[in-house]
Design a protein around this ligand. Structure first.
Ligand code: ASP
Length: 439
């Protein structure tokens, strides 16, 4: 049994948090490969070390004095080292960072130092070997993650190391410089390491006890999802639910490695298990509800549209030519509607309307804005009759007018369009009917 464990910034923000992490790792000897983030926020309003590094580097790049800013970052690490009573000094690393900042080593290099330094501390604290991510994780000429090279190199390197710390978030670009993933990218490193060592489980430790059925800003203390499939997760993350970096799923899917999202501050909680597939029945009919505001719909009407071959293609081509991606296209006999992000659409509105007139000569084009989309997601819906009925009667009771309904053929999700102002009430109504009423 082999586990890869990734700890997020809030789990490593202070010596006290490091101690919790140490306890977790020592409690299970199969937790052999550790991927740390940079120290995150210790309290509301605190600044993440990654953001301090960006800021410090921008000062350096502008040719201004950045000593104090770098010193403040050093203090954050020193507090952790002293709090853990380690015999470790980062003086030489900071001297090198300072020199490289002066030589304008780049923003990516700067940001990556947060994980690099935390990795050194973590390795010392645990007695694990430190493996610099820049030596084992690679990007290609185009700046994309180089899966093949990384997997070969990382697998080989870690096969000789029983226990290692690999800092998250960065790797080595084709030109040999340090390059980072996008923000929150330590999750991706964790997946890459899990794949390379053929881990049985990838534990992703954060500050929440897993994925919640819905947004806690809308529903107070929502239930935790105990098991979710990759596909369900993808649907929910696309609609705005965030805990895990989206790109962290791909390396694991290929190997079918499950991810367990856990809470460092509540290690007794089981968290959420993310799997390729499962026959475990979800606790409720639905797995999760997520949504986003800020959509616009373009309703195109034309008599006898239905018989006009190529109508849909011509409409969508106009959006394509204007560089806009569409979200949904519900249609009727003589109507065709396109849902798009409002802010992107507004910038191109008149070109698109003119383009549509030219392309399909509609009878009318009607625009509607300030719409929200809500995705109700769940593998359990496939086998259950009456799910849609329950959703819509709940919405009717909550006095929410439904503007659009779209059910994917996988029956994994039902997308509902409502007005922005009904978004919260609609989410609550759906949550209540499926979850609260079952408690
Ligand atoms: N430290 C990086 C960030 O703040 C990466 C991560 O934490 O995953 O985005």
């Amino acid at each position: 049994m082999k586990k890869v464990v990734k700890f997020g910034g809030s789990s490593l923000a202070s010596a006290q948090q490091f101690e919790k992490v140490g306890k977790i790792i020592r409690a299970d000897e199969t937790r052999r490969y550790v991927v740390p983030s940079a120290p995150g926020k210790r309290f509301d309003g605190d600044i993440k070390v990654t953001d301090m590094l960006y800021d410090c580097y921008h000062t350096a790049e502008a040719g201004k004095n950045f000593d104090e800013k770098l010193q403040n970052i050093h203090v954050r690490y020193r507090e952790i080292i002293d709090g853990l009573k380690l015999e470790l000094s980062l003086e030489s690393q900071f001297a090198e960072i300072s020199k490289n900042f002066k030589e304008k080593a780049g923003e990516n290099y700067a940001a990556s130092r947060g994980e690099f330094l935390n990795g050194i501390i973590m390795a010392e604290y645990l007695g694990y070997e430190f493996v610099d991510a820049a030596e084992v994780i690679f990007f290609d000429e185009e700046g994309n993650f180089n899966e093949e090279k990384t997997n070969a190199c990382l697998s080989e390197r870690l096969s000789h190391i029983e226990r290692a710390v690999v800092p998250g978030f960065y790797g080595c670009a084709a030109d040999g410089k340090v390059k980072t993933f996008s923000r929150g990218g330590s999750d991706i490193t964790g997946s890459i390491v899990a794949r390379a060592v053929h881990a049985d489980l990838y534990e992703n430790w954060t500050d929440v006890s897993g994925f919640l059925v819905t947004d806690p800003r809308i529903v107070k203390d929502p239930a935790v999802i105990s098991t979710i499939t990759y596909k369900e997760l993808r649907e929910l993350s696309y609609m705005g639910a965030t805990v895990l970096h989206e790109d962290s799923i791909f390396p694991l899917r290929q190997e079918g490695i499950p991810i367990n999202v856990r809470n460092t501050n509540k290690p007794e909680d089981n968290g959420t298990l993310i799997v390729e597939s499962t026959c475990s029945k979800p606790r409720y009919t639905i797995t999760g509800i997520a949504g986003k505001k800020g959509f616009a719909s373009i309703n195109i009407e034309k008599d006898m549209m239905n018989t006009e071959i190529g109508f849909g293609r011509k409409v969508l081509q106009v959006f394509e030519e204007n560089g806009l991606s569409f979200e949904h296209t519900p249609s009727g006999i003589d109507t065709f509607t396109v849902y798009v992000h409002q802010d992107e659409f507004e910038a191109k509105e008149q070109q698109i309307i003119a383009g549509l007139h030219r392309a399909v000569h509609p009878d009318s084009i009607d625009l509607e804005s300030d719409l929200a989309l809500i995705a109700v997601v769940g593998r359990g819906m496939r086998r259950t009759r009456g799910t849609a009925g329950r959703i819509f009667s709940a919405l009717a009771h909550a006095h929410v007018n439904v503007k659009m309904i779209d059910q994917g053929s996988s029956e994994l999700n039902i997308i509902i369009g409502v007005e922005n102002r009904d978004f919260e009430a609609a989410t609550r109504a759906i949550y209540d009917i499926f979850v609260t009423s079952q408690l």
